[in-house]
Design a protein around this ligand. Sequence first.
Ligand SMILES: Cc1ncc(COP(=O)(O)O)c(C=O)c1O
Length: 411
Amino acid sequence: MAKLAIKGGEPTRKKPFPKWPVFDEREVRALKGVLESGLWGVGGQRKREFEERFAAYQHAKYGVAVTSGTAALEISLRSLGIGCGDEVILPPYTFMATMIAILYVNAIPVFADIEPETYTIDPKSVEEVISERTKAILPVHIAGRPADMDALLSIARRSNLYVVEDACQAWGAEWRGRRVGAIGNMGAFSFQSSKNITSGEGGIITTNDEELYVRAWSLHNCGRLPSGAWYEHHLPGANYRMTEFQAAILLAQMERFDEQTERRIENARYLTSKLSRIDGVKPLKDDERVTRHAYHLYIFRVNPEAFGEVSKATIAKALQAEGIPVSVGYSRPLYKEPYLEYFKKCPLSCPYYAKKIDYSSLNLPVTERACYIEGLWLPQYVLLGSREDMDDIVSAVEKIRDNIDELKEVA
Ligand SMILES: Cc1ncc(COP(=O)(O)O)c(C=O)c1O
């Protein structure tokens, strides 16, 4: 008789994990308040209030609330004057938006590998790809874990580069006590529906620099100036404004955010202590400089040798059958994305660039291993569960490992 659920055995777990998104009367009241105010967009006060509240929460002076994290990244790059012929260094283990934002401003994505123990951009690899064209580094605080900001800021200072933080998964995350988003020149956050604070869609730009704030504000609002007239347009901006409905929901979401973050951290620590005892399973490593991990994802690695060379995709399917919502996450490095073809002429071989970038022979080994072989993800809402929920995850992983021969037949 089969033991594994994928082969017809009894699943480890039949109960669902906590539901996401979480809301209560506070969101309902907030939405009703906006509806009844008649100010659903321009003229309302909630967007402004959220910008101030969220920026302060991230230890930033300024915030500009926009339509998405992608828009926040794109506007940040534009605010810094990054465009044609400029190179921006990023990791290839991230959501496509990190790269698309660079391409949308006609700049060139240049890839640095990630670190094997953290999956954040590897500063040594960054140094290797800096050229006379490099304008900025775009580290991603992947899964809610801050990248090595000490090393990256030091490289940026030495080479005169901007740092734009992709903090789209990292609300409230801290690097040595400083919240991410304004450790570099600018930061971008997302509030899309899977995110730890959400309004369905939305994003925010954070910065400590007043001039950059005014540029970003103008670019998100059709090129207007904060003190200018409605039909005066100074910069080539467009409409990227967040609505009052989104801002009202986000203000309510923030009220329970610290408590949820603490719960995720506690459960993640417990999972790490248990999963690291399973032969062939390696959670990412803790770093004491990360004083707060936002845990948008819980990432762990599987060693194929210990799992009978069964692919991570099959392991993920088997875990799903056991009732655990694991996913394979990013399953190819960004430099292998087929839609790069659309950018082949411009910007990738644009005359302004005077160089031609070709990703076809690029192979960044740590990223490739993370994508193809070892990286598995648990979503953030799982970490809002109980100790028993975490024990079920551990039992399911153990069960797969102990019955790997059954899984070999599926593979
Ligand atoms: C790392 C990263 N960057 C950027 C984004 C883009 O955010 P949005 O979906 O709000 O545009 C996301 C969202 O998934 C993300 O995870």
